[in-house]
Structure formats: C-alpha cells, structure tokens
Design a protein around this ligand. Structure first.
Ligand code: ADP
Length: 534
C-alpha cells in the first residue's frame, strides 16, 4: 500500500507564465536572490521580455529591486530611473495618504497574496486602471525577503466593459419602454424571466405577477392541451426561431390576434440559455383587413348588380324598339288612307300618336345607348379626324331646329388642322347632344355658337349659348343619369336626362372629358376635350 503524497502547500505563483517553470525555480526567482537570477538565464529572459505585464520585485520594505520590459512600457520608467525607489510612486497620492500601500503589503505578508484593481500613476502623471497582484516572497526558512508584483493595464478592458454596461443599460431602458411590442425573455424551461412595458400593456400582467410563470399562460387552453407551446420552443431550438400569427389570451381572459416571434438564445459555446419573445397585438390590423375584404366583396356585388341591371336595360330597350317601330308603321299606313279615308280630326290624332311614338323611341334609344355604355358593350373606332368636319356635320343637323326656334346658330372659328384621335361617330353624337341642348334650353332670339381649337394643347370643341345657364350647385348633377333641372309638365322640354351622362361616358371612354362653365343668366359653355393625334 502506498501512502499518498501529503499535498504540498499551494504556492501562489504571481504569473501564468511561471506555472510552467519548476516550483523551486519559481520560489528561487521569487526570493529575488541574485545567484538564482543569474543562474536561470532562460527564466530571467522570459520575465524580462514579457511586454503585457509589469513584473518586478520589491524588497521587504517595498523598494523596487527589478524591472522588466512590460513594467517600462506600462509605467514609463527605465530600470535606472526606478530601481531602488519605493513602490508608492505608482499610486495616486490620495491612496498613499490613506495608507493603501502599507495595507497591501500587510495583507500580502499575512495571506501570502493580495489582489487589487484600481488607479495607478505613470511616470508622466497619467493614470491607468490596473489589476495588481502582490505576492509575498519567503526564503526556505520562511523569512519574508520581499514581494513580487505583477501589474496589468486594464484601462481598455475597463473602458470596453463600461461601454458594454452603458449600451446594455441603454438597450434595457429601450426595451423596457417599448409599448407597442411585448418583449420579454423566457428561461430554458419557458418561464418568464423579464418583462417590459409593452408586455404589460398587451398581456395585462404587471412584472411582479408574471415573472417565473410558464409562458403557456398566454395561450388558449386548447393550444396548451395540444402541446403547441412545447412545439414552438422545439422549433425555436431547431431552427433558431419560431414565428406565427395566432390567438393569445390576456390576463382578463380576452383573446387577441398576435404576431409572435420566439428566438432561441445561446451562449458563446452554443448552449441554450433561454428564449427571447416578441409579441405584437394585431387585433386591430386583422379587423381592418377583414373590413377591407368585406368592403371589396360588397363593391364586387354592387358592380355585378349594376352590370346585370345595365344588361337587362340594354336587352329590354332593344326589345321595346320593335313594337314602337311597328305602331309607327301602322300609323303611317292609316295616314296614307290605305285602309280607308281618314277625317281631319283623325289625321290630327295620328300626328300626335306619331309624335309621342317618336319621343318614346328617342327615350328607348337613349336608354339603350346608356346601358350599352355602362355594360361596356360599346366599341370605339379610334382614328385621327378633323374636328372641323365633325362640327360642320352636326351644325347641319341642328340648323332646322334652330331656325324653327328663331335661334342664331353661329359657326365659330374651327381651323381644319385641329385633329383629334377618337371615334368620329361618337364625337358627333356628343356634339349633337351639346348643340341640341343649347338650342333646346335657349329662348327664342338667343344665340348658340359651336367652335373648335385647343385647350392647353389638347383638341377641343366648345358649345356656348345665351340661355338661362346652370346654377353652380347643379353643374355636377346634370351629368348624372336621369337628372333634369326645372322639369315640369309644362316646361315643354322633351328629354330623358340621359344625354349628358351618355356624352360624358363616351368622352371619357375615348380619353377625353366634358367640362362646363356657366353662371345664372350668363348662358352655358360646354367644352369637349379629346386626345390629340399621337
Ligand atoms: P335632357 O336634355 O334629356 O334633359 P341631358 O342629360 O342632356 O338630358 O341634360 C340634363 C339637364 O341639364 C337638362 O335637363 C337641363 O336641365 C340641363 N342642361 C343641359 N344643357 C343645358 C344648357 N345648354 N343650358 C341650360 N341647361 C342645360
């Protein structure tokens, strides 16, 4: 049976680098004995050349015995300048006055070692933050022969640590103050480990109520029962994060629609240390989205209904024209006395029948036109044409009507070279409507003028009259279908209230527009603009 070595008392070596050296050698070095220093060339070289640590020996009274390259670099003194000086020279005067240096040597003597972090002073008077280890050196009899002192400059580390602490604090304050996001940490078991203002606002718990509780508290019971919370953590561990939108539960039991991101947190060695959880309350956004979808559906329904109505009107007015034309035809036959003689009285009645039928036919034609345009059934033959030709053709059509009413129909300026890129037939239909209206609404003896030109470089036709004009409050509505101003049984104006609606739809479909300038008693000026030739 072997007796295990009695554990030797642990000697604190002042330096990591010294640990690779034999203990006796270290002790010898530490003793500061000149013979050993001389005998151990390698060892001395090692210490001397260390640049990152000031390593030097003090005698029992604290006077400096040796000086290495690191010490010179750190403190600024050459060996000649410093050897023999007392080590208080490295301390700020206030520390010396407080007896700090004495205390350090006392502790090192008593305990074998003292460690301190604090301010030290360089030769040039500047201060640096140092880690200092002072080790008592004893000879083989245990007599104190001096101290080994190792100093490290931690200024940069301290600055970095402070910067880190500051940035962490700032970050924490930032996270704490965020109100729109719940940002909190879970430990590896999924228990709440931190809590911010947003979390309190969204989830309803105060930090004190929720810290340490499992995060399944925020999930509907059925999700917890289905193992959703475990699954989320598993995915976060596997993929780094887990993200979803889903229902969550507030403290008061109400549900909210949340966007959730769980991120696995790992330390430098890749070990899981917990999870970061960021939750956003999307309840309002979801409601808004649902409202939008519902609105869109309603609009589609309205559009479909309106199209169906237009298609129905188109079909119906088409069907109506056949019997109207038939009655007109039979009225003609009666008037021609093919079926026998007709009295003057009967002839007068036939004339009224024909007039009413023609009016009815115009109405039905307008309806058909309008519903076709609305149902998108109209085709446009877009070609360049001279507005002069279109205006002249329409003026010729309106001439008899104007003459009959005693209205002066004026051909305003309309140069040949004004060319529009549109459907000529449809353009004539619009101008005809504008001119007929002007003649219709202008009292006897008035004047109606048609001209063409350009407006801001765009070809246009202008129709103006000296009639009653249109009050500002009606200038918008007269373009709506079936709107007629001052309509009464006695007004004597025939119409459907569709003319301007049709005209504007046609103009817009061709890339143009109809605008109106009028005031009461000023007459009205309608302007049709059309795209120019490319
Ligand atoms: P309709 O001529 O069949 O009544 P329109 O849509 O062409 O239908 O015109 C709508 C209404 O706008 C007219 O009933 C009339 O009240 C008004 N209006 C149109 N043109 C003029 C005009 N030149 N002067 C005064 N009022 C007009």
């Amino acid at each position: 049976m072997t007796v295990p070595d009695k554990p030797r008392p642990q000697r604190t070596t002042p330096l990591g680098v010294l640990r690779s050296v034999s203990e006796t050698e270290a002790a010898d070095f530490a003793s500061g004995s000149a013979s050993v220093l001389e005998g151990s060339g390698l060892y001395r070289l090692l210490v001397d050349s260390v640049m990152d640590y000031a390593i030097f020996a003090l005698d029992a009274g604290g006077n400096i015995l040796s000086w290495n390259a690191g010490a010179q670099r750190l403190k600024g003194y050459t060996p000649d300048e410093i050897i023999g000086k007392h080590f208080t020279i490295f301390y700020p005067p206030e520390d010396v006055a407080r007896g700090k240096t004495d205390i350090e040597l006392e502790i090192a003597t008593r305990d074998g070692r003292v460690e301190d972090e604090g301010w030290r002073v360089r030769k040039d008077g500047t201060r640096f933050w140092a880690n200092v280890v002072i080790t008592a050196l004893r000879d083989s009899d245990g007599t104190l022969v001096g101290f080994a002192k190792v100093t490290r400059d931690l200024t940069e580390r301290r600055a970095a640590e402070q910067a880190l602490r500051l940035s962490e604090e700032r970050f924490r304050t930032l996270v704490q103050g965020v109100r729109d996001y719940a940002i909190f940490m879970l430990d590896t078991q999924g228990r709440v480990a931190s809590w911010n203002e947003g979390a309190q606002r969204i989830n309803g718990y105060a930090a004190g109520e929720i810290m340490g509780r499992h995060f399944s508290t925020f999930y509907p019971a059925e999700d917890v029962a289905a193992g959703k919370t475990e699954m989320e953590l598993e995915v976060a561990v596997r993929d780094g994060k887990y993200e979803e939108e889903g229902w969550r539960v507030r403290k008061d039991g109400s549900h909210f629609w949340a966007h959730v991101l769980i991120t696995a947190l790992r330390d430098f060695e890749g070990r899981l240390v917990g999870y970061a959880k960021v939750t956003r309350d999307l309840t309002e956004r979801k409601a808004a989205q649902e409202r939008e979808i519902a609105d869109a559906r309603r609009i589609t329904e309205i559009e479909t209904a309106s199209r169906t109505k237009s298609e129905f009107l188109a079909a119906m007015s088409h069907e109506l024209r056949t019997p109207i034309n038939a009655t007109l035809g039979y009225a003609d036959l009666l008037e021609m006395e093919i079926a026998g003689p007709v009295t003057d009285q009967q002839r007068e009645y036939l004339k009224r029948i024909r007039g009413s039928q023609q009016h009815l036919l115009r109405i039905v034609n307008d309806l058909l036109n309008y519903s076709r345009i609305e149902a998108g059934q109209v085709e446009y033959d877009i070609t360049p044409f001279s507005l002069h030709d279109a205006v002249e053709a329409v003026l010729a059509m309106v001439e008899p009507l104007a003459l009959a009413k005693g209205i002066f129909l004026k051909h305003g300026p309309c140069p040949d070279e004004i060319v529009a890129m549109a459907d000529m037939g449809k353009t004539e239909q619009i101008v005809l409507n504008l001119l007929s209206n002007a003649v219709k609404f202008t009292p006897n003896g008035g004047r109606v003028t048609a001209s063409c030109g350009t407006q801001d470089g765009v070809p246009c036709v202008t129709v103006s009259d000296t009639g009653p004009g249109i009050p500002a409050e009606h200038q918008h509505s007269i373009f709506q279908p079936f709107v007629q101003l001052g309509r009464s049984l006695t007004s004597g104006h025939e119409g459907t209230g569709l003319g301007l609606a049709i005209s504007r739809d046609l103009a817009r479909a061709m890339g143009g527009e109809i605008t109106l300038r009028s005031g009461p008693g000023e007459g009205a000026t309608f302007t049709l603009t059309l795209p120019p030739e490319a």
